[in-house]
Design a protein around this ligand. Structure first.
Ligand SMILES: Cc1cc2nc3c(=O)[nH]c(=O)nc-3n(C[C@H](O)[C@H](O)[C@H](O)COP(=O)(O)O)c2cc1C
Length: 200
């Protein structure tokens, strides 16, 4: 294997390189309200589970954007699962709307009340994580946001027994540049509990 070696990653080009290599990234389609009650909706792919118990998710605002300002003001947000039927709408909400403009209203996206937080959820999204702000960590040009999950809603139609069915969820993901990942091919691979369980 011949490797291209980059030692300049802390500087220019790091963002393009990292976002092309840390892939695919799930997309949190985050809905919030401003202090004045104006809705906001934007995708964030620097998104993950940060803690199992208590359940905490994380996402990162690269720069100071409306979503971050709303979360700091209201202490809450909703992560809506970004799915294939909504891929163009998810992308559209990434445009630079003014803080006074509600992306959902502007784009005709139907919102509905959440269960435990004031920020509404996206009606067409099959799953939502309602979160209250746990903490933020300032990191260079970015802010890492940690949110405690206070409610999870999942459309009954995507459930297979107790579990959401990946083929019905149809999640999309973010790759490098303007590339998106489509719902994945799935292989079930049982995890070995002990070294003796490993099939060789
Ligand atoms: C698929 C996708 C993923 C994105 N992920 C992030 C992200 O993780 N962090 C971020 O700050 N911006 C991300 N963006 C850009 C924001 O969505 C964009 O800056 C948006 O205008 C922010 O909206 P707001 O100012 O209403 O919060 C992403 C855009 C797209 C299309």
């Amino acid at each position: 294997m011949r490797r291209v070696i980059r030692t300049d990653v802390p500087d220019s080009g790091a963002y393009a390189l990292l976002t092309s290599l840390v892939v695919p990234r799930p997309i949190a389609w985050i809905s919030t309200l401003s202090a004045d009650g104006i809705g906001n909706l934007a995708p964030h792919s620097f998104f993950s589970v940060a803690c199992a118990s208590p359940p905490i998710v994380s996402w990162t605002s690269v720069g100071h954007k409306d979503t971050l300002a709303n979360v700091l003001a209201t202490q809450e947000f909703v992560v809506n699962l970004a799915t294939l039927p909504d891929i163009d709408l998810v992308n559209a909400t990434s445009a630079q709307f003014d803080p006074e403009d509600d992306e959902a209203s502007a784009l005709g996206i139907t919102m509905e009340p959440s269960e435990h937080v004031a920020a509404p959820r996206v009606a067409s999204s099959p799953a939502s994580l309602e979160c209250t702000l746990h903490s933020v960590i300032e990191l260079g040009d970015s802010v890492l946001v940690l949110g405690t999950v206070v409610a999870v809603t999942v459309d009954e139609d995507v459930m297979d027994g107790d579990h959401p069915d990946i083929t019905r969820l149809q999640p999309v993901s973010r790759l490098g540049g303007s590339e998106w990942g489509l719902p994945p091919q799935v292989r079930t691979v049982p995890r070995p509990a002990q070294p003796d369980d490993i099939s060789r």
